[in-house]
Design a protein. Structure first.
Length: 365
């Protein structure tokens, strides 16, 4: 059997008629960028997360970058960020001229709340938290620390649509909740898209200007903006999918439950579930010491896996100028050597799930 990490065509087929109808509606409307579909999606998504405002933008990276900018962070400012995140989180900081200060992750692959305070300096302006793989970080402690030190809190929710901590949606804790709707994400568009959610009217207004050349009124450019607009087609498709997100998450939960129950191999460490949080399983990430050998074994049996992520940002070539070296963040570096994401996607068949389980169980180091 051959199984890819994610087969995106399957999630399209689940609600194909609805997507086709939404797409045709936009194509025939004669209006394609920022319009009624974007507004309708923004309202629906703000309500879903439980926030007052949603600002649709061009990508998850833009959601993060523009949030950092709208909060006035740059120059000599430092921003705390987990050492094991996707590079985009860090790029949003450095794109604004600010300095990322890496903090080791905890056993749940998210920012280790117990290590945050030691990293705070007089230049620290914000904490960037990432709900990696679909599970919330330790938000009670993190919110308390941000408040106590007067720091902004930005949430990278690119992988956590629908994930909650203590009953509150990720994206509803910080000054800004930043989402990506890249096609592979749990709420994926059919192209690039992103959004910021917030309760702060002033921040929302600034973000609306930033995404559209810094103007509120056409040709009256108040601030230095960019072009990062959400288009009507993606907005219409996203609103359609948002209506099914609960079912899509439930399906991922069923696959994860089968993995958690069925995978029994002493060489494989299963992901840990945080108390008071629900996991939406953007990725099902296991750890094993002979990761590369295990990945080759699975590939030989037709199972595609991906490493999220093989090189931590502080060791990435583009960040050489920060002066970090191997050994600076041993927890994150060990994760980069041991993590592996198993196939997990909407529309994955029962027999495929069982084949993955049997193959994983058949692995001997
Ligand atoms: C995907 C992702 C992003 C970037 O989103 P894009 O829409 O691809 O720009 C940022 N952070 C994390 C954690 C992601 O997984």
């Amino acid at each position: 059997m051959k199984i890819d990490l994610a087969v995106l065509g399957r999630q399209f087929e689940l609600y194909q008629e609805e997507y086709e109808e939404a797409a045709l509606r936009v194509l025939r409307s004669g209006w394609y960028v920022l319009g009624p579909e974007v507004e309708a999606f923004e309202q629906a998504f703000a309500a879903y997360v439980g926030r007052k405002y949603c600002i649709g933008v061009g990508s998850g990276l833009d959601a993060l970058t523009l949030s950092v900018r709208a909060l006035g962070i740059g120059g000599r400012d430092e921003v705390l960020v987990p050492a094991n995140t996707y590079i985009a989180t860090v790029l949003a900081i450095t794109a604004n001229g600010a300095t990322p200060v890496f903090v080791e992750p905890d056993a749940y692959f998210t920012l280790d709340a117990a290590r945050i305070e030691a990293a705070i300096t007089e230049r620290t302006k914000a904490i960037m938290v990432v709900h990696l793989y679909g599970q919330a970080a330790q938000m009670d402690t993190i919110c308390r620390i941000a408040k106590a030190h007067g720091l902004h809190l930005i949430e990278d929710c690119a992988q956590s649509h629908g994930a909650k901590f203590d009953g509150t949606m990720t994206g509803a804790f910080g000054d800004a909740g930043c989402f990506s709707f890249y096609p592979t994400k749990n709420l994926g568009a059919f192209g690039d898209a992103g959004a910021v959610v917030t309760d702060d009217a002033e921040l929302a207004k600034t973000l609306r200007m930033l995404r559209n050349y810094g103007s509120e009124k056409k040709y009256h450019n108040k601030i230095l903006g960019v072009n990062s607009r959400l288009d009507e087609l993606q907005a219409a498709l996203l609103r359609t999918k948002l209506g099914h997100l609960a079912e899509l998450i439930a399906e991922r939960e069923r696959i994860a439950a089968a993995y958690l129950d069925g995978i029994q191999n002493p060489a494989i460490r299963l992901p840990k579930l945080r108390r008071n949080a629900n996991h939406v399983w953007h990725q099902f990430v296991i750890q094993t010491e002979d990761r590369d050998g295990f990945q080759t074994y699975l590939a030989d049996h037709g199972i595609q896996t991906v490493i999220h992520y093989p090189i931590p940002p502080h060791l990435s070539e583009c960040y050489q100028y920060l002066g970090h070296k191997a050994g600076d963040y041993p927890v994150a570096e060990h994760m980069a050597k041991t993590v592996l994401s198993l196939p997990m996607f909407n529309g994955m068949r029962e027999d495929e799930v069982q084949y993955v389980i049997e193959t994983v169980n058949g692995y001997v180091k």
